[in-house]
Design a protein around this ligand. Structure first.
Ligand code: AMP
Length: 187
């Protein structure tokens, strides 16, 4: 089963992805984590993306699409993909669709964690203390939220017509969201 977790930064996608990995034997594909890894390892990609990441801008689609190609075609991960933070633009969504077609896979569920800006600001302030991410500060958070609204919202409109699209109140407690997701996946 392949799943897309969708929602603004701070919606809880990463937390729910980890739960899905544990309970459904999936692989969490977090583009944010993959990109932070490139920066920490100081790779060529890392050098190219560090400024965009630190300032809350999207990394260009070409880099994201090339990273994704290797993952979608990885046999070990076939039909066990839990996408967290990808796709974030229509271009990425279309690229994913071609990669899945070419590897004989499809998206089984699209789970949209819907949270408002105020809740996100509060949550990310907390996460900043726990995870010490360099892009978790108020100015960057607002920028990331605005980028999400501008670039990612069209992806949401694109997916929301699908019958496997489910909207979940991302303002609920973690366990409540987990329960809702489990119910959807068990039907
Ligand atoms: P995240 O950990 O998902 O909040 O992502 C952190 C940052 O990584 C974002 O603000 C972007 O700069 C970059 N990023 C993560 N995923 C993507 C993506 N799918 N497309 C473009 N940039 C991304």
């Amino acid at each position: 089963m392949n799943i897309i977790l969708f929602g603004p930064p701070g919606a809880g996608k990463g937390t729910q992805a980890k739960h899905l990995v544990k309970n459904f034997n999936g692989f969490q594909i977090s583009t944010g984590e993959l990109l932070r890894d490139e920066i920490n390892k100081d790779t060529e990609i890392g050098k190219k993306i560090i400024n965009d990441m630190n300032e809350g801008r999207f990394v260009n689609d070409e880099i994201i699409n090339s990273i994704m190609k290797n993952i979608v075609f990885d046999k070990k991960k076939k039909n066990r993909l839990i996408f967290d933070g990808y796709p974030r633009s229509l271009n990425q969504a279309k690229n994913l669709s071609s990669l899945l077609d070419a590897s004989d896979q499809k998206i089984d569920y699209i789970l949209f964690l819907n949270v408002n800006k105020e809740t996100i600001l509060k949550r990310i302030e907390k996460r900043k203390l726990l995870e010490k991410r360099s892009d978790d500060n108020a100015i960057t958070i607002i920028k990331r939220f605005d980028t999400y609204m501008k670039t990612t919202k069209p992806v949401l409109d694109y997916y929301s017509k699908n019958t496997n699209f489910h909207e979940i109140d991302g303002g609920l407690k973690i366990e409540e969201i987990t329960n809702k997701i489990d119910k959807i996946l068990r039907v």
